[in-house]
Write a protein that binds this ligand. Structure first.
Ligand code: KG4
Ligand code: ZN
Length: 352
């Protein structure tokens, strides 16, 4: 079963070919991130326009790198939600057209489920990938941590899962991005906060952990606490305009904020994951989403979980086509319904 996956839910235009749900044959990601950096976040119109410019060459490159022609492709998987409407539209309309032109079955994929399925990729002959040694077994606990989502999901089997809890406000990646903005670190915030944190004291001050439902999260209070802490460090009150903060913070201040925030944000996730492991005894815990690239999160989980933990290669944590192609392989193999190439619509607010 060889599936072409297409992902355009945010600012990455991505395509990939995956065989049998575990072998990565190609993965091409074109990001418009540089075009958004000056705005401190993704500008939906710019993202949609750049998807349109690069989607055809990205798909062709994914086929070329896999050394395959359309004849060898058994189906097309595409992200139809959640994500930015304009961005999703480009991927979905492209996939619908290709499914009709090449007469292939079409699989509509949930972006967040896709992130989880990146963990099933265990083989590749492509250079530069570190894959888990075995595919996850069930029951498995998925920790989904991205720029748009923070949730704990318990899988009994493929396509049989329960959402245990989710963020009540910001996603953890969004909190990384906002803390970067507060401290003047470059977008995207995850990697830049992680870099700054290397020189900081992770116990420089107290930051709060929100009290919410047993398996739910909240990051907006933590973000506000970081803003207040930054203001306290420069000795200004709450009416001091926050956009003036970065220039008044020293490099040491920024490093301490980054390190302390990163520790507390990751602990917030890990505390709940530990609880879920105690209650549901999964045989494997998998990390998914852009923040799964966080070395601090991986370190804390490895330290505190007794169950086996796996995570995708860093390149497969942030948005990519391989995770969608992998999910598509399982949908095709396990008889999940196909989508109608004449009518598949986008679902920007799709949840799990
Ligand atoms: O999954 P993703 O590529 O996009 C969404 O579906 O949201 O995740 C992007 C998020 C961004 O918020 C980014 O700051 C965060 O992942 N991120 C990280 C790291 N690398 C990316 N967060 C923490 N540590 C990292 N190393
Ligand atoms: Zn994502």
């Amino acid at each position: 079963m060889t599936i072409l996956g297409i992902e355009t839910s945010c600012d990455e235009t991505a395509a990939s070919v995956v065989r049998d749900g575990h072998e990565l044959l190609s993965s091409v990601v074109a990001s418009s991130m540089d075009l958004h950096a000056q705005y401190g976040g993704v500008v939906p119109e710019i993202a949609a326009r750049s998807h349109l410019e690069v989607i055809n060459p990205v798909i062709q490159q994914a086929l070329d790198e896999a050394g395959l022609s359309w004849d060898s492709v058994d189906g097309i998987a595409v992200t139809y939600g959640a994500g930015l409407g304009g961005s999703l539209l480009i991927g979905v309309l492209t996939a619908r057209t290709l499914a009709l032109v090449h007469d292939k079955p079409l699989y509509a994929c949930n972006h967040v489920e896709g992130h989880i399925y990146a963990n099933f990729l265990t083989d590749t002959s492509l250079p530069g990938y570190t894959m888990p040694s075995s595919a996850p077994e069930f029951p498995l606990l998925a920790i989904v941590v991205s720029g748009g989502h923070s949730q704990l999901v318990l899988f009994e089997d493929h396509f049989k899962y329960t959402l245990l809890g989710r963020t009540q406000d910001d996603a953890i990646g969004e909190a990384f991005d906002k803390v970067a903005k507060i401290t003047g670190l470059p977008y995207p915030g995850g990697p830049s906060v992680a870099r700054a944190a290397l020189d900081g004291n992770a116990h420089a001050f107290e930051l709060p952990k929100a009290r919410v439902g047993k398996y739910d999260f909240s990051f907006s209070g933590l973000k506000t606490a970081v803003l207040r802490q930054a203001q306290a460090l420069v000795g200004e009150d709450y009416s001091f305009p926050s956009y003036k903060l970065p220039e008044r913070l020293s490099e040491a201040n920024k490093a301490d904020i980054a390190a302390t925030f990163q520790r507390v944000a990751c602990e917030t996730i890990v505390d709940k994951a530990v609880l879920a492991c105690e209650e549901f005894a999964p045989v494997r815990v998998v990390l998914a989403g852009g923040v799964a690239a966080s070395a601090e999160l991986r370190r804390q989980l490895a330290e505190r979980l007794s169950v086996s933990l796996s995570f995708p290669d860093v390149k497969l944590c942030t948005d990519n086509g391989a995770m969608i192609a992998t999910l598509g392989c399982f949908k095709a193999t396990l008889g999940q319904p196909t989508a109608d190439p004449l009518s598949l619509d986008i679902a920007p607010n799709l949840s799990m």
